[in-house]
Design a protein. Structure first.
Length: 319
């Protein structure tokens, strides 16, 4: 999956889009065989997302549904998902088997990632205590207050700019079952105002005893993040460390390699980077002989140099 595509799966189930108001609902997949994507037809003002969800609930045995993907809601660039969240919470007793939920599966044609209006998503975690996977796309207006959730194993927040208060809220949450944490920190241009110090509760690992996959990516301050990670207690228990998609330079990679050993990792993902060839080679020679899979694909990371010598580098996903 790339940011230009809709989710193709959730909770290890293939995604399936529930038909629009003019579509047929006979011959649908078994309720527990797919991750159901429910979207408002953004070109049809006659049906908003709660209406589409109501049709879904009438057509599918919701007691067997294991995964839900919330697609576009009407005017997501101007309206937050409060009606969507209210509809989901009002129906929570009808979804006893729900284990995975993703909010905001939109691509550029529907709404740019940094234009997606979000809101307080923590009521969804409180309302669905059996959720094992939760994801959200879009950081504008996003609120994530500290929560206690005993079942959540995977948390993904995709943004072009992640507010510092959200980072702090996640860091202050008690998530004893969490194994996979993926945060797209983004750029200040789109609201990503966190600092490395905001990550300290996450990097300490105190509230994340089972964390095995940590992604702190798509960050304009990737060098600073790498330096903080280099001495972070949580790294010792990780299998996958992902610092990809951001503005990682030789400085950050040097700090990472100069910190605690990383040879216990199964994978280090640094794709979309700004490393020199000698530093790339140093990373490979340090880790690959120990069996660490290293992703150093430069991807679409390109520099712009102005006449005065100023160099501009970019995260993979901004607007």
């Amino acid at each position: 999956m790339t940011i230009g595509d809709h989710l193709d799966s959730l909770y290890r189930l293939p995604s399936h889009t529930f038909p629009g108001p003019d579509g047929r609902t006979d011959g649908l997949p078994e309720p527990d065989a797919v991750a159901w994507r429910i979207t408002s037809d953004v070109y049809d003002a006659d049906e908003d997302w709660p209406d589409a969800f109501a049709r879904f609930c009438a057509a599918v045995d919701t007691t067997r549904v294991r995964a839900l993907i919330v697609g576009a809601w009407q005017e997501a660039y101007d309206s937050d998902p409060s009606p969507v969240i209210e509809a989901l919470l009002a129906a929570r007793d009808r979804f006893p088997a729900l284990r995975a939920l993703f909010l905001g599966d939109m691509v550029m044609e529907e709404c740019e990632i940094s234009w997606i209006n979000q809101g307080d998503v923590t009521p969804l975690l409180a309302g669905f205590p059996a959720l094992e996977e939760f994801g959200v796309r879009g950081g504008s207006g996003l609120v994530f207050t500290a929560v206690n959730h005993d079942a959540l194993r995977r948390l993904v927040v995709e943004t072009g700019g992640l507010p510092a208060e959200v980072v702090r809220g996640i860091g202050a949450s008690d998530l004893p079952a969490l194994e996979h944490l993926d945060l797209w920190l983004g750029t200040p241009d789109y609201g990503g105002d966190s600092e490395a110090s905001d990550l300290e509760p996450i990097l300490s690992g105190a509230r994340l005893p089972r964390l095995r996959h940590l992604a702190l990516r798509n960050s304009e301050m990737q060098d600073t993040v790498a330096a903080a990670v280099a001495a972070a207690p949580v790294v010792d228990r990780l299998e996958v460390l992902d610092l990809s998609m951001g503005v990682l330079t030789d400085e950050g990679a040097g700090a990472l390699l100069g910190g605690q050993p990383l040879t216990h990792l199964k994978k280090l993902d640094l794709h979309h980077h700004y490393l020199s060839k000698p530093v790339e080679e140093r990373v490979r020679l340090t880790l690959e002989p120990a069996g660490v899979e290293v992703d150093l694909d430069r991807d679409d990371a390109e520099e712009d140099t102005e006449d005065d010598g100023t160099v501009w580098r970019y995260v993979a996903v901004g607007e």
